[in-house]
Ligand binder design. Structure first.
Ligand SMILES: [Zn+2]
Length: 79
């Protein structure tokens, strides 16, 4: 249980490193704040209007390519 939790945390951290981009709306509206790190398609609620990251979810191939070297490239390919 504890290990699974740590693994999930590591995975989120690796995804953040591979796909995360600082929210451009945060940088514009909240220049003194640390911008939220957004994953593809995620919503930033730090300001109004909310900002949705315009990137589509990565395909399995893109995911595995981006996660190569992290030890986490294991998403099942989609048919
Ligand atoms: Zn934001």
């Amino acid at each position: 249980m504890i290990d699974a939790f740590r693994d999930l945390k590591d995975l989120r951290q690796a995804e953040r490193k591979a796909f995360g981009v600082p929210c451009p709306a945060c940088r514009e509206k909240l220049p003194n704040a640390q911008p939220k790190i957004l994953q593809p398609g995620h919503l930033c609620r730090a300001h109004k209007p909310h900002y949705r990251d315009p990137r589509p979810e990565p395909t399995a191939a893109e995911y595995n390519a981006a996660m190569a070297g992290t030890g986490w490239a294991m998403k099942e390919p989609t048919p």
